[in-house]
Design a protein around this ligand. Sequence first.
Ligand code: GAL
Length: 432
Amino acid sequence: MRKKASAWLALALGVGMALSGCSSSNSSSSDDAKQGSQKAGEKLEIFSWWTGAGEEDGLKALIKLFQEKYPDIEVENAAVAGGAGTNAKAVLASRMQGNDPPSTFQVHGGAELNEGWVAAGKMEPLNDLYEKEGWMDKFPKALIDMVSKDGNIYSVPVNIHRGNVLWYNKKVFADNGLQPPKTFDEFFQVADKLKAKGITPLALGDKEPWAATHLFENVLLGTLGTENYKKLWTGELSFNDPQVKQAVETFKKMLGYINEDHSSRNWQDASQLVAEGKAAMYVMGDWVKGYFVNDLKLKVNQDFGYVPVPNTEGKFMVITDTFGLPKGVKNPDDVKKFLSVLGSVEGQDAFNPLKGSIPARIDADPSKYDEYGKQTMQDFKTAELAPSLAHGSAAPEGFVTKVNQAVNIFVTQKDVKTFIDTLASAAAELKK
Ligand code: GAL
């Protein structure tokens, strides 16, 4: 396990070196900052990839709440731009390797945390904080399990994002007399009708390759079902299984309906196509809702609609952003204060309505959420939960990086056999 983690660290570090210096930070302080409980000058550095368009509103609201409660603690928002942590993860790896951890950092619950930083011995357990705050029955057990290893809890979830959402432009659908598709067959029927009208059926922005992996994992879930999808990440189901081939064929067919300039767009740019009616549908996590509503000023269920990705009704692709306490930070008490605000009902209800996600806590206030949020809170309670690969829960970072590379090549070359062979050989490292 430890060996795997350090191999992953080394891989991430290579990219980190290449990216050094791309951190965009802006600090906010108060006059009272120096009176903090920690040594003067120890800022609370919050590291994430939530900058700009659609990403930072929730974080800013959370920081504001924290500063109201702890005006004497100086906060530095050390976010590094790039969707899904494209750049931030590499910068983080380089800092962790150099024993220069941020006070706290964004990390996905699941393998990214547990097989990465925890296995590498870089995180402090937070069991005492969970006890003190009475959190053991306030977060769903499934979520606590995702941030735990060998009986210890290592981070605090700030949210739950849903990955298997098909967003669509309401006007385009209404004008063309279309219903949002529930199955892959319906998807292709709708897509053909749109194509015939000169409308791009499906938006994709894979300038950062994870966005194509995001689409692919949804097709896998819709084709294999939750149980078999989960078995892929434990090595119990081979990538050579015929169902995977079927999913890859469906994915390939979908790629025949995307915008031509997909490789020059990021996820925000691709969602703009749907907002403007230039594309009809988009498969993306519900951070898109934050972007649509906060940045593009679109209205939920008027300008855009949403349904589960075809064949995934009753399933929930889980993505959870969490924050923990790295070993060796100089201000652990301040970090715990931040984590206690982040894990409080108030903190979650400040962050999530803006972020597009639902609260990780079960006792948050539904009235603070729009109809999409309320529906998603309901769905989470009853759906089959599936961990996202693209967003760090299903498998370690080293494997995700290999899949991203393979998907990226597949999107242009569309060679089914080569793609599956690459996935199957990468999967060798998943076997326990
Ligand atoms: C995910 C993350 C989300 C959102 C998204 C796009 O990995 O969990 O919170 O930031 O990337 O950047």
